[in-house]
Design a protein around this ligand. Sequence first.
Ligand SMILES: [Zn+2]
Ligand SMILES: [Zn+2]
Length: 285
Amino acid sequence: MPRFQRPTGTLDILPEEQSYWEHVRAHAIRLARRAGFERIDVPVFEATDLFARGIGAATDVVEKEMYTFNDKGGNSLTLRPEFTAGVVRAYIEHGMHVRPQPVKLYSIGPVFRYDRPQAGRYRQFHQLNLEILGTQDPAADLEIMLLVWDLYAGLGFRGLSFQLNSTGCPRCRPAYVELLKSYYHRHVDQICDDCRRRLETNPLRVLDCKAAQCQPVIEAAPPIGDHLCDECADHFAQLREYLDLLGKPYTLNHRLVRGLDYYTKTVFEVWAAGIGAQAAVCGGG
Ligand SMILES: [Zn+2]
Ligand SMILES: [Zn+2]
């Protein structure tokens, strides 16, 4: 056995694999550019605080999964666990709000999460990130959803469908979270230890718990769709109407939440058939 091996959860992309990799990347970039997205590259590391504030200090990503280090100047830096925080930082830092809105940006490159390695999950992995900044229009959600649909369809994935939810906004989400917490407190003896902890730190995440004992509790939990404010409900209805008009299959999934605090309103996943346990090929919102 060689003295050094690649770190757990990382991949070497060997010369004979490069053509596949290049095919996927070129396809993604072609679709993004055709849809009017411009490329932005942001640093691989940023101030730790940016992620703690942008993603949310109590999220799994920030609590457990970040590669954080002090540089020789004593600054706390973190390898990016996702793109959005850095892209939004750049949008503000460069005054991009004065450009014609919305601003549509794509990024592609490695991100880093100290996650439990498993099939299809790595500690350094590549993301295509799409952002539409400066609009609240549900058509912006639709645009990204259709783009990633074309991305996977063009790569030969079959049986595609969307999973769809709305996680509300700062006006309506807090009341729902309180409702969810009081429901869970009534079932606290049935749920796993992780959920007991999440209930205090990041309550929405109880809904995507994978533990068997939590499934009946999740099934009977109040769905957020019944507790949206008028604006969020209209936004969500409009998006569903677009999808109906386009004949794109979707399933409403009230368990679909995101681990990151900045998500508001729409969250979605693209599911593909016939690829095994990891049915979700992509997520966003
Ligand atoms: Zn709302
Ligand atoms: Zn649980």
